[in-house]
Design a protein around this ligand. Structure first.
Ligand SMILES: Cc1cc2nc3c(=O)[nH]c(=O)nc-3n(C[C@H](O)[C@H](O)[C@H](O)COP(=O)(O)OP(=O)(O)OC[C@H]3O[C@@H](n4cnc5c(N)ncnc54)[C@H](O)[C@@H]3O)c2cc1C
Length: 298
């Protein structure tokens, strides 16, 4: 479908952007456009104006704060994240996630901010960032806010961003020495959306799990922390003996799963259990800080 006529503005500064978003009724942010342009073509979104934040300096950097927190600007592309030695060193799972995302065209245009703000159930970054315990900085004409992932991702295709509020950066605290992060997902083909995704972060001290964050993606509409699984693995030896209590604590019946043309809700829940087991196996079997793998449906 041909795009409907609409106003396009490209502010030069962050205050200019937030003012435009407040002043223009029905305006929307345009970042990489990899979802927004499709939504316009399919008439799924009808903004009156697009405020292009792609070139705002404040949203384009990758920095490290004095305490080692990695700060990625909301308009940083997947390609730039994947190519960043700093991201690769401090948060390898983030670089690997960006590197494995779809195809070169999407990686060159799509942004980490757009990925999180859309919060499509199948998007790669929301579950990973939820497991890493990341937080988000936002700006609007009303001021700035810092929001945790637990609050930011509020539902399928929904976030806690307010009208006229812009995501400016994603913050990821440094990993502890014993932290292991592993993620697994199931997809029908290399360039298709995930049907089930599990991300596991284990903080290990002296061979014991001191804390955990376990998150499902693609199955529920929004990243879902499995707190019962987190509790079940905490305080235990960080080895294969974790798997049984972790799976026993995973209650698939409590997951409100998405069912669509690609897979039924029941199949996704079943596959979520499989990805969860594989992610935990991966986190405990190898004494490595981070690992990523992908499975392909038979
Ligand atoms: C063929 C294809 C396959 C894809 N497959 C996958 C996949 O497997 N996994 C995956 O994760 N993604 C996938 N994507 C989606 C892609 O990752 C998009 O890039 C992402 O969903 C949106 O990022 P964007 O920068 O393109 O944002 P845009 O499309 O520009 O914006 C998306 C939404 O976020 C809002 N927004 C963007 N930035 C901000 C901000 N800073 N503050 C406030 N609101 C903001 C916009 O208003 C809009 O509502 C695919 C896309 C295509 C075209």
């Amino acid at each position: 479908m041909i795009l409907p006529p609409l106003r396009y503005v490209r502010p030069r500064t962050l205050p200019e952007a937030t003012t435009l978003l407040t002043e223009i009724d029905g305006s929307a942010v345009l970042a990489g456009g990899q979802s927004m342009i499709n939504a316009l073509k399919l008439d799924l979104a009808q903004p009156t104006a697009l405020v292009d934040v792609h070139r705002l300096d404040e949203l384009r950097g990758i920095e490290v704060t004095a305490d080692g927190t990695l700060v990625i600007g909301a308009a940083v592309t997947y390609a730039k994240i994947a190519a960043s030695p700093v991201v690769r060193r401090l948060q390898p799972s983030v670089a690997e996630m960006a590197e494995g995302l779809v195809d070169r065209q999407v990686r060159n245009r799509g942004t980490i901010g757009g990925n999180c703000c859309l919060n499509d159930p199948t998007n790669n970054f929301p579950p990973l960032l939820a497991a890493l315990g990341a937080f988000f900085h936002t700006a609007s004409t009303a001021g700035r806010r810092s929001i945790t992932t637990d609050t930011f991702f509020s539902g399928s295709l929904a976030t806690s961003l307010r009208l006229g509020e812009l995501l400016t950066s994603v913050h990821i605290r440094p990993l502890e020495v014993g932290t292991r992060v592993a993620h697994r997902h199931l997809q029908l083909a290399a360039d298709s959306w995930a049907l089930a995704r599990a991300v596991v972060r284990l903080d290990v001290i002296d061979g014991m799990v001191d804390g955990a964050r376990v998150v499902l993606g693609a199955v529920p509409g929004s990243p879902l922390r499995l707190t019962a699984v987190e509790d079940a693995v905490t305080g235990r030896q960080a080895d294969a003996s974790l798997i049984e209590p972790a799976l026993a604590a995973f209650d698939g019946s409590g997951v409100e799963a998405v069912g669509d043309a690609h897979a039924s809700a029941a199949y996704r829940v079943e596959m979520a259990g499989v990805q969860l087991r594989r992610a935990i196996e991966s986190a405990v079997e190898h004494d490595v800080e981070q690992e990523t793998t992908r499975s392909t449906a038979a």
